[in-house]
Design a protein around this ligand. Structure first.
Ligand SMILES: NC(=O)c1ccc[n+]([C@@H]2O[C@H](COP(=O)([O-])OP(=O)(O)OC[C@H]3O[C@@H](n4cnc5c(N)ncnc54)[C@H](O)[C@@H]3O)[C@@H](O)[C@H]2O)c1
Length: 345
C-alpha cells in the first residue's frame, strides 16, 4: 500500500491484534533491548502527564511521550485512559491511542488503537523480569492477584516463556471477576490447573512467583501477607500501589526507572517518603540484562519488580505492529490527513 506525504496509516484493534499474533517472544526481546537502550541513555522519556477531572474519582487520562534512539529512531505518544466504571458499561477499563511520528518531519505517520499494545508491552516487561529475577528457571506454579485484562496477558506470556507452568492460583476482590477469569483461562489454556483462593495469605502461600495487577489505589499488602509467601518469592508488582512501604523496604527492589517509579503515590514513592531516600532500590532491570548479571542479596528475601511503564515500550511494540502490518498489507491510509502546504511565494 502506498502512502503519500499527506497520508497517515490507521490501524484498528483487529489489525493490531493480527499484527501481534505469535510475536510474544519478539516482544520480550524488544522490551529487553529498549530497557538496555534506556539505561545507556539512548532514550528521552518525559514524566507522564496525568489528566484528572473534578469530581470523577480515579478516572484519568495519561500521556506518555517518548523518543528512542538507535538504528531506527522512534518517537511518539500513547494517550491512555482509565475509567474504573467502564466494565459496568460493558467496556474495558483502559483504552488507548498511539501515534508514531516521523523523526525527520515530526508529522504523525501512524495512528493505532493502543490497548493491546499497552497490555502486551506490560506483560512482556513483567515476564522479562520473571525470566531474569526469579530463581526457578522452570516454575510450575504462579499466583495471580487481580483478574483483569493485564493479568490475562501476563499469564499468556508466562505460559509461552515458561512452558513448565502447570498451576495458577488467583484472587480478585470481585469474586465475579475471578470466576470470569477462570472461565476464560479454562478456554484459552490447556493443561493449566486454576484455583480461586479465598484470602491473600492463601494466594501468597500458593507459589513463589506472584503477579500483582489490580486497580487498588492504596497499599493493603503488609508484612504479614508477605510472610505467607515461600522464601525468596518474586513479586511482579505491575499495579504499583498494592504493597505497603514496609514490604518494599524489606524486599530487594528492581524497577524500570527509579525516577519514574518513585512518584504518583506508588508503593516505592510512599517508601521513599517514609525513609527520605531511594537507597532501597537495587537497580533497573535494563542494567541487569545489559550486564548479564543479577544476584539476590539474600536467597530468602523477596524480590519486587515495579515497572512504572515507560513510553519507549509502547514505541517499540507499536513499531513492530507497523512493520508486520506493512508486510501483510494491513491498515487503512487516511488520505489527505494533512493539509497541502500553503504557498506564500
Ligand atoms: N506498570 C505498568 O506498566 C502498567 C501498564 C498497564 C496497566 N497497569 C496497571 O495494571 C493494573 C491492572 O490493569 P487491568 O487493565 O488489568 O485492570 P482491570 O480493571 O481489567 O482489572 C483489575 C482487577 O483488579 C481487581 N482488584 C482491584 N482491587 C483489588 C484488590 N485490592 N485485590 C484484588 N483484586 C483487586 C479488580 O476487581 C479487577 O478485576 C492497573 O492498576 C493498571 O494501571 C500497569
Amino acid at each position: 500500500m502506498s502512502l503519500e506525504r499527506e497520508d497517515v496509516l490507521f490501524l484498528n484493534a483487529s489489525e493490531v491484534e493480527a499484527a501481534l499474533s505469535g510475536q510474544e517472544l519478539e516482544l520480550v526481546r524488544l522490551v529487553r533491548r529498549a530497557y538496555e537502550q534506556h539505561v545507556a541513555g539512548m532514550s528521552v522519556v518525559p514524566h507522564s502527564t496525568l489528566l484528572r477531572f473534578p469530581g470523577r474519582g480515579s478516572d484519568r487520562i495519561m500521556a506518555l511521550p517518548a523518543w528512542l534512539g538507535g538504528d531506527s529512531e522512534l518517537a511518539g505518544i500513547k494517550w491512555v485512559s482509565s475509567v474504573p466504571s467502564n466494565p459496568s458499561r460493558g467496556l474495558e477499563r483502559a483504552s488507548a491511542v498511539i501515534v508514531l511520528n516521523d523523526i525527520e518531519t515530526g508529522r504523525a505517520r501512524v495512528l493505532m488503537e493502543g490497548s493491546l499494545v499497552n497490555a502486551r508491552r506490560t506483560a512482556a516487561s513483567a515476564v522479562l523480569a520473571a525470566q531474569v529475577l526469579h530463581d526457578e528457571k522452570s516454575p510450575q506454579r504462579v499466583a495471580l492477584l487481580g483478574c483483569g485484562r493485564i493479568q490475562l496477558e501476563i499469564l499468556h506470556f508466562l505460559r509461552i516463556v515458561f512452558p513448565s507452568l502447570r498451576r495458577a492460583a488467583v484472587l480478585d476482590i470481585d469474586r465475579g471477576a475471578a470466576d470470569r477469569f477462570a472461565r476464560t483461562v479454562t478456554e484459552l489454556h490447556d493443561g493449566l490447573d486454576l484455583t480461586i483462593k479465598d484470602s491473600l495469605d492463601e494466594l501468597f502461600a500458593s507459589a513463589p512467583l506472584i503477579s500483582i495487577a489490580t486497580t487498588a489505589p492504596a497499599p493493603y499488602i503488609g508484612l504479614d501477607v508477605l510472610a505467607a509467601a515461600p522464601p525468596g518469592a518474586t513479586l511482579l508488582h505491575v499495579s504499583l500501589r498494592d504493597l505497603a512501604p514496609e514490604v518494599v523496604l524489606t524486599a530487594q527492589n528492581v524497577v524500570d526507572d527509579v525516577a519514574h517509579v518513585c512518584r504518583a503515590e506508588t508503593s516505592l514513592h510512599l517508601a521513599e517518603q517514609q525513609v527520605g531516600h531511594r537507597g532501597f532500590v537495587h537497580g533497573a532491570l535494563g542494567d541487569m540484562t545489559a550486564a548479564g548479571r543479577w544476584e539476590r542479596s539474600d536467597p530468602g528475601r523477596a524480590v519486587v519488580f515495579s515497572p512504572f511503564g515507560l513510553g519507549i515500550l509502547d514505541l517499540v511494540v507499536a513499531d513492530l505492529v507497523c512493520r508486520r502490518a506493512q508486510e501483510r498489507g494491513l491498515g487503512t491510509p487516511l488520505r489527505g490527513f494533512f493539509p497541502s502546504p500553503i504557498n506564500l511565494a
